[in-house]
Design a protein around this ligand. Structure first.
Ligand code: LMR
Ligand code: SF4
Length: 511
C-alpha cells in the first residue's frame, strides 16, 4: 500500500478544489435559465469564475471545506485500520497546506484543534464488499448548508401546505418545504438528498448518502423517479433563486432513497447541499493503493464564462457605488436594495465568537464607520511569518441575528457583509443607525480572496483561524445591497413571495 497516502491526499485535494463534471453541468444549465442581467445571473457568473479559479489555483472552491465524510469499501482481507490511519494523516496534511480549512472545534470549549482531527472528525464509514478493488468516496459538505438540513416526523402539519400524511404526497410536501425553508441561506441553487424512513439517525445518513448519486442519475424506483422529477420542476417555481436573490434556479438536483421504518415512526430527512457540491471518489489498487480511476470524472466540463451585464429589472445598468471606510451616514442613506457596491480599503472579519464577545467587551480596533465581513477564511503563514488569504467567501449571516443590531449601534458600524440575509432586528438597527447589509456570493471563496490584498493584522487568534478577527485591506470587493437603511429587505420579500408560491402546491399530486 505504498501509494495509499498519496492517493488519499489527491482525493482530498481534488474534492476541495475541483468541482465534478456533473455539478458543473448543473451550474452551467442554471445560468442559462436565469434572465440576463438579474442578480441571480450575476451570481452564477461569479460562481462559474470562482470554480475556474479554484481549479487553477488548486485552492478550496469554498473556504468552508466542511465535515470530511468518507465512505470506504474494501475487499475481504484488506486492513481497514491502515486506511483509517492514512485518512487521518492526509486530512491533517491537507489542512496544513490550505486545501482544507481547520474546521474541527471542541463543542464545549470552542477550541479549534487546528488539524481537522478530533473526536468524530473526520467521519469515516467502512463496509466490506465482494469486489477486488478499494473504493473511497469523499464529500465535503459545509456548515451553512448542513444547518439547513431538516427532518420531518409524519404525520404533521406544514404552514402553507396543510396536513402532511404518511404517504408519497406527504413526502412531496416535506421536500418542497425543505427547499423553501432553506431560502438562500445554504448557498442556493442547491442539491438535496432525501431519506425516507429509517430512524432519526439512519434517516439522515440515508439522505446524505443520496448525495453520492450522480446529478443525472435516474431513480430505479418508478414512484421515486416521478417524485424526483416533480420536485425539480416545482421547487424551481418557488422563485428563491441563486443566493436567495429571486430567480428561476433554486434546486439543481434531488435524489430520494427509501429504507424501512418502525411502525410508530415515519421520518423524511433532507440533506441540503450548496451549489459548491464537493464530492469525489476513487477506486484503488488493493495491493499498492494507487488510484485506478476517479468515480465522478466522466468528461471535462468547462464552466460557462459568458459575461453577464449588471442591469436592473427594467434593463437599466445597475448603479455601482464605491465605498471606503470610514463610511458616512449620508453615503449609506443614499444606498438602496439592488445597488452594487464596490469596496476598497479596510474591512474586518467577524463571526460567531467575535459577535458574542463584542456584546460585553471593547473592540481592539476602531469600527466607527467601518465594515464587518462575516467570513471565516482559510489562511496560510509564509516563511517570513506573513499571513495570506487562501479562500474567503462569506458565511451565513443569520447566525449573528441575536447580536448584530446592538453591535452595529455600539461600535458605529456602517456596513455588514455576509450572505443569506438577516432578520427584523438587524433591519431595524440598519434603519435607526444608518447602515447597510451587503450580500456577497456564498462559496465564491477564490473570487473574494483575490480582492483581499493584504492581511493588516489579526486579533483573537485564540478563537481559531476561522473565528479570529482578521484586519484586511481589500480592492474591488463587489457585493449587492440586499437590506438598506430605509427598511427594505430583499430577503424578506423573497421569503414572502416564495411562501405564497409554496401554498399553491398544497393540493394532492401523488396518491
Ligand atoms: O463556515 C463558513 O465559512 C461558511 C458556512 O459554510 C456557511 O455557509 O455559513
Ligand atoms: S459558504 Fe455556501 S458554498 Fe460554502 S459551504 Fe457554506 S453553504 Fe456551501
Amino acid at each position: 500500500m505504498e501509494n495509499l497516502k498519496q492517493s488519499i491526499l489527491e482525493l482530498i485535494t481534488d474534492t476541495s478544489t475541483n468541482l465534478p463534471p456533473d455539478v458543473r453541468r448543473a451550474v452551467n444549465a442554471a445560468k442559462v435559465k436565469e434572465d440576463l442581467g438579474t442578480r441571480a445571473a450575476l451570481s452564477l457568473s461569479t460562481i462559474a469564475q470562482n470554480v475556474v479559479m479554484a481549479e487553477e489555483n488548486v485552492s478550496p472552491i469554498c473556504q468552508d471545506t466542511g465535515m470530511p465524510t468518507f465512505e470506504v469499501k474494501t475487499p475481504v482481507g484488506v486492513n481497514q485500520l491502515i486506511i483509517k490511519q492514512a485518512i487521518k494523516e492526509m486530512i491533517a496534511e491537507a489542512t496544513k497546506t490550505g486545501k482544507l480549512r481547520s474546521n474541527s472545534v471542541d463543542s464545549l470549549t470552542g477550541e479549534n484543534t487546528g488539524d481537522n482531527l478530533g473526536p468524530g472528525t473526520p467521519v469515516i464509514h467502512f463496509e466490506q464488499w465482494e469486489e477486488d478493488e478499494i473504493e473511497i468516496k469523499l464529500i465535503l459538505k459545509g456548515g451553512g448548508c448542513e444547518n439547513k438540513n431538516i427532518q420531518y416526523s409524519l404525520p404533521c402539519e406544514l404552514e402553507g401546505l396543510g396536513k402532511v400524511g404518511r404517504n408519497l404526497d406527504g413526502i412531496r410536501k416535506c421536500i418542497l418545504h425543505a427547499v423553501y425553508q432553506a431560502q438562500g441561506q445554504g448557498c442556493s441553487a442547491g442539491f438535496i438528498g432525501v431519506g425516507i424512513g429509517g430512524d432519526r439517525t439512519s434517516g439522515y445518513a440515508l439522505a446524505k448518502h443520496q448525495l453520492f448519486r450522480k446529478v443525472e442519475d435516474v431513480n430505479q424506483n418508478a414512484d421515486l423517479a416521478a417524485l424526483e422529477d416533480y420536485i425539480m420542476e416545482t421547487a424551481n417555481q418557488l422563485g428563491i433563486g441563486t443566493m436567495g436573490f429571486g430567480g428561476n434556479s433554486t434546486l439543481l438536483g434531488c435524489k430520494i432513497g427509501v429504507e424501512n421504518r418502525l411502525p410508530a415512526s415515519f421520518f423524511v430527512s433532507v440533506a441540503y447541499n450548496c451549489w459548491a457540491f464537493r464530492r469525489q471518489g476513487v477506486r484503488l489498487n488493493p495491493e499498492t493503493g494507487e488510484i485506478l480511476r476517479y468515480l465522478y470524472k466522466d468528461e471535462e466540463v468547462a464552466m460557462d464564462l459568458t459575461p453577464v451585464a449588471a442591469t436592473d429589472d427594467a434593463g437599466e445598468k445597475r448603479r455601482e457605488v464605491v465605498l471606503e471606510a470610514p463610511i458616512s451616514e449620508e453615503q449609506i442613506r443614499s444606498l438602496r436594495v439592488g445597488d452594487v457596491v464596490i469596496i476598497n480599503g479596510e474591512m474586518h472579519t467577524g463571526r460567531d465568537a467575535l459577535h458574542s464577545y463584542l456584546m460585553d467587551h471593547d473592540c481592539p480596533v476602531d469600527l466607527n464607520g467601518g465594515i464587518i465581513y462575516h467570513c471565516g477564511p482559510v489562511m496560510l503563514k509564509d516563511q517570513e511569518g506573513e499571513w495570506h488569504v487562501k479562500a474567503a467567501g462569506p458565511t451565513t449571516s443569520i447566525r449573528e441575528e441575536p447580536y448584530q443590531g446592538e453591535i452595529i449601534k455600539k461600535f458605529g458600524i456602517r456596513a455588514v457583509i455576509g450572505k443569506g440575509g438577516m432578520g427584523a432586528k438587524t433591519l431595524k438597527a440598519l434603519n435607526e443607525h444608518g447602515a447597510v447589509y451587503l450580500n456577497a456570493i456564498g462559496g465564491a471563496a477564490q473570487y473574494y480572496a483575490e480582492c483581499l490584498e493584504k492581511v493588516e493584522g489579526v486579533d483573537f487568534m485564540e478563537f481559531g483561524i476561522p473565528e479570529a478577527m482578521w484586519h484586511l485591506r481589500v480592492k474591488g470587493f463587489a457585493a449587492i445591497v440586499t437590506m438598506d437603511s430605509h427598511g427594505n429587505s430583499l430577503h424578506a420579500d423573497v421569503e414572502k413571495s416564495s411562501a405564497e408560491k409554496l401554498a399553491q402546491f398544497a393540493a394532492p399530486v401523488f396518491k
